[in-house]
Ligand binder design. Structure first.
Ligand SMILES: NC(=O)c1ccc[n+]([C@@H]2O[C@H](COP(=O)([O-])OP(=O)(O)OC[C@H]3O[C@@H](n4cnc5c(N)ncnc54)[C@H](OP(=O)(O)O)[C@@H]3O)[C@@H](O)[C@H]2O)c1
Length: 335
């Protein structure tokens, strides 16, 4: 955001400076639906450095998110999505916003919809049967991980669930076993990865070591920072795409236009499922906190959000990763 005549700032300085910048609107967004409806939004930034996303800084981070919501309130904006890490405020037990007369959402229902529908589409294009597949979910006890797992249960051969905290994982895994599903859970990925045909990764960590994969595997990496990409993208037989994304085919513009600096994608008008969820809520006039709390996203909510997305002409993003657009057939022909 500095002009090109100025020398680049070192990362350490950027992190130090940004830490002091209060939450503020960065750019306006304008969106058009297939139905002809249009709506406007504002992208508000509250900066938390990636290396401060830990328990030690939790209180300060939560305060930053609360301050950002206050900005929304002061601007008299009536709907907001708390995306990425900021969704922790809505997944936790915070009631600070009840007096704000504002609708909030984590956006996780539509994100989960794009993840599972993307996985189903990729499997279809690769001739892989969902019902015969073992699906590994990394980050299975998170809000999106649980939503995807609950959506897929009964539709796949076996669920393989991974997260670090064994207590939470055991509670969730045992519940699914009690419901009669084929489930294996472990905090040790090496016990699960060799059995997986399809993988969803929705953890907030790039420190996930994965190996011993089957010769042909489809991976939907929807976490930030990208969870698996650097470890497996070049492995033959691996089809890895960035999941949780939609394509707004009928108009999605920013003012000022930061698309080339901010979100660089290999196809036009791509957007995060979470952001698109609030766009759909605005189009439809939904006045409830649609995705709230942790583990509350039902398959009905996933299907409803996905239907609304298609109604407004917002489709699954094409398959891509940091190498660019992927062709399903390319991978097929090499395996
Ligand atoms: N594409 C999109 O549009 C979009 C939208 C929203 C969110 N996201 C991303 O999706 C991810 C999940 O979001 P969420 O709200 O579900 O997060 P969350 O509730 O915090 O869940 C994260 C999950 O990952 C697990 N985890 C973290 N580190 C791990 C590791 N090293 N190995 C294995 N499991 C690990 C956590 O359990 P333990 O702590 O027990 O390990 C938990 O199960 C985030 O990265 C978020 O940024 C993407």
């Amino acid at each position: 955001m500095r002009t090109s005549e100025l020398e680049e700032l070192p990362i350490s300085k950027i992190k130090a400076i940004y830490d002091y910048i209060p939450p503020r609107g960065i750019f306006k967004m304008h969106v058009k639906s297939l139905t002809g409806i249009e709506t406007n939004g504002l992208y508000i930034d509250t900066f938390i450095a990636p290396d401060k996303l830990n328990a030690q800084n939790l209180r300060a981070n939560i305060q930053k998110v609360k301050d950002a919501v206050k900005v929304v309130h002061h601007l008299n904006i009536k709907m907001a999505i708390l995306g990425g890490f900021t969704s922790l405020l809505l997944e936790g037990n915070f009631n600070d916003f009840e007096d704000y007369d504002m609708v909030l959402t984590t956006g996780n229902s539509l994100t989960s919809a794009y993840v599972v529908k993307g996985l189903e589409k990729a499997a279809r294009e690769h001739g892989i049967s969902m019902s015969e597949s073992n699906v590994l979910v990394i980050g299975a006890t998170g809000d999106i991980g649980m939503a995807c797992t609950n959506y897929l249960k009964g539709k796949v051969n076996r669920l393989l669930l991974c997260a670090r905290n064994m207590n939470r994982l055991k509670t969730f895994g045992q519940r699914l076993l009690d419901e009669g599903h084929e489930v294996k859970y472990s905090s040790d990925l090496s016990e699960l990865a060799p059995e997986a045909d399809l993988i969803i990764s929705v953890a907030s960590s790039s420190e996930i070591a994965i190996s011993s994969l089957k010769p042909k595997v489809i991976i939907c990496d929807a976490g930030y920072p990208k969870n698996l990409e650097e470890k497996v993208e070049k492995v033959p037989g691996v089809f890895l795409f960035h999941g949780g994304m939609g394509q707004l085919k009928h108009g999605y513009s920013f003012n000022p236009d930061y698309t080339s600096q901010f979100y660089r994608y290999p196809a036009p008008h791509l957007g995060h499922g979470c952001i698109i969820e609030i766009i759909l809520m605005a189009f439809e006039g939904i006045k409830e906190n649609f995705s709230m709390g942790k583990g509350n996203i039902t398959s009905e909510k996933i299907d409803l959000m996905y239907e609304l997305s298609l109604k407004h002409g917002i489709e699954l993003a094409p398959f891509y990763n940091s190498d660019g657009i992927l062709e399903a057939s390319k991978n097929n022909s090499t395996t």
